[in-house]
Design a protein around this ligand. Structure first.
Ligand SMILES: C[S@@+](CC[C@H](N)C(=O)[O-])C[C@H]1O[C@@H](n2cnc3c(N)ncnc32)[C@H](O)[C@@H]1O
Length: 263
């Protein structure tokens, strides 16, 4: 592991320790919940028996869903704490799970074409360059296999969501370029984490990067991925309070997902 991976592994372990939402395992799965979590539009079809790689997908959410639906799941993640949650859900539901600790940029432990599906939740913004990740995903995926990947809307990352103004809205502040999001611009490297008991705690966050549309989409194309579907994650709240995260999400959806098939 390089220095960035070591650093972000520590940061993610600390976020898990604090009880961040993304580390809460799903222990009450049913078929509808499982399908909605991993394949809301039914693109993947029946995943029973399919070889699935959850790339940077620790935390016991997607492994619970794919495992519940009968897939053969491998989860690779940096964080010990996140993988512990996957161990927990596998024991809870009683299915086999291949747990691998590692960096999404290096999948050399897996043979070519060893997966039918590579499913990557929001995680690629923790590495500076999407290209090695896409190249590895393409290598380990069989032909006609699905690669689905979520990333941070790069336009959203140019806007300051903490500075709502009733007349001017949210200020467009930062340059639209590939590269690291400098925590100095927010005045802090900390994330405010809501614990399971509802308390707010400050935890130093991982290093994060912006991937522009051009870089992201062209790199998928360059690695032989055909885009089949695209989704944007906005708020479910119909009347969010201005200045809140839900309101911000209603004007600028922060997470984007592309569903691709390898040629
Ligand atoms: C927002 S969580 C997403 C996973 C979670 N299952 C979910 O749905 O929210 C981001 C995950 O990326 C992992 N991660 C960050 N950098 C990574 C890297 N370079 N390689 C592998 N995993 C990484 C973190 O440990 C964390 O589990």
């Amino acid at each position: 592991m390089d220095k960035l991976a070591e650093y972000n592994r520590e940061r993610w372990n600390a976020l898990v320790e604090a009880g961040i939402l993304y580390s809460r395992p799903k222990l009450e799965m049913d078929e509808a919940t499982a399908r909605q979590m991993i394949d809301e539009e039914g693109l993947l079809g029946d995943v029973a028996g399919k070889r699935v790689l959850l790339l940077a997908g620790g935390g016991g959410q997607q492994s619970a869903a794919f495992g519940f639906l009968g897939a053969q799941v491998t989860v690779l993640d940096l964080s010990d704490g996140q993988l512990e949650k996957d161990r927990l859900v596998a024991a809870h539901y009683g299915y086999d799970l291949d747990i691998q600790q590692g960096d999404m940029r290096d999948l050399s432990r897996f043979r070519d074409a060893s997966f039918d599906i590579v499913w990557q939740p929001y995680a690629i913004n923790y590495v500076p360059d999407v290209r090695p990740v896409f190249a590895e995903a393409a290598r380990v995926l069989r032909g006609r296999g699905w690669y689905t990947v979520t990333w941070h809307n790069p336009f959203t990352q140019t806007v300051d969501d903490t500075q709502w103004h009733p007349e001017h809205g949210y200020p467009l502040k930062w340059p639209y370029v590939d590269g690291e999001i400098d925590p100095a611009i927010f005045g802090t490297a900390n994330w405010t984490v809501e614990t399971e008991s509802g308390e707010q705690v400050e935890v130093e966050g991982p290093r994060m990067f912006r991937h522009t549309m051009r870089t992201f989409l062209n790199s998928l194309v360059d690695n032989g991925f055909h885009i089949r579907r695209f989704s944007e994650h906005r708020t479910w709240d119909e009347n969010p309070e201005p200045g809140t995260w839900e309101h911000y999400k209603s004007v600028s959806p922060p997470y984007l997902t592309v569903w691709t098939v390898k040629e």
